[in-house]
Write a protein that binds this ligand. Sequence first.
Ligand code: KG4
Ligand code: ZN
Length: 342
Amino acid sequence: MSGKPIRILAIESSCDETAAAVVEDGRKVISNIISSQIDIHTLYGGVVPEIASRKHTERICQVVEEALKAADMTIADVDAVAVTYGPGLVGALLVGVSYAKGLAFAAQKPLIGVHHIEGHISANYIDHPELEPPFPCLVVSGGHTHLVRVKDYGEYEVLGRTRDDAAGEAFDKVARAIGLGYPGGPKIDAVSDEGNPEAIAFPRAKVADSVYDFSFSGLKSAVLNYLNSCNMSGTEVNRADVAASFQKAVVDVLVEHAMTALEEGGEKTFALAGGVASNRHLRKAFEEACAKRGIAFYRPAPIFCTDNAAMIGAAAYYEYIKGVRHGLDLNAVPNLKLGERI
Ligand code: KG4
Ligand code: ZN
């Protein structure tokens, strides 16, 4: 882009991170502030929606102020205010949406509502100036597992999705079952370094009528059954082997489906996104699979994989230059579909 850079102040509060960022021209992160609530939710073994909303309310003013301060700007210096308006926890989303509306109105700035998954996908644009659509992207997070064809900026075709648990949810549930605590993904990632991924033959679930859909609840049950039978027979459970074998079963299915999409679409570029995309074993498996096929592989830096506002600012930029603006009647939409505009 030539001319004056477009700076967007972005806000994210869809789950358990209160976040704000300033992003320039969709790709350059000027500031990125994330206030995580993980410590509080850990006490309950998962995210408690009511607590999440309260904590967002307590922290949002400070987080936004910090993002502007770290960018050495005031609200007058930004071109638009962007906010995640769905999908997510309704009470949590409402805090960000209400705050963004108030700020945009008071500062007389345009308001742009962003889809959370579009944000995760757009995290790949950060620091990768050469990446442009079209490309398939696998979004794997705590709430979503979507295999998406990114046809253009803001244009998506969902090829497949999970029929039951999201990949991150499966990591969290299995981690809890083997006593690793919440959030389970990073803990399984770490502990599996000491385990044998071939030790236990967990199933690679197929969905009968779709090559692209996923199902992880059967795998989760298989892990629980395995733990139960060890318990009944008095066999000691090797947690690292369980973690590594479970993780391998998830990774195999994710890679297989993504490679099928690449073969079908013929693209030479692939991207990974979402909290689970920070998993080191998953990144390595995709690196190898893509290298073997001569495919350029993109994944965000780990800090932009888990929930953050910089990814919302990246997505909002492409909406901004298309002329997308939301009114002050923008509302939180907890089950917003990808590609749907409200
Ligand atoms: O994208 P995210 O921050 O929030 C949602 O939009 O859901 O993803 C959070 C999820 C959690 O389930 C967490 O366990 C998982 O991402 N996660 C990981 C890793 N880091 C975070 N899963 C596997 N390995 C990791 N290293
Ligand atoms: Zn997310």
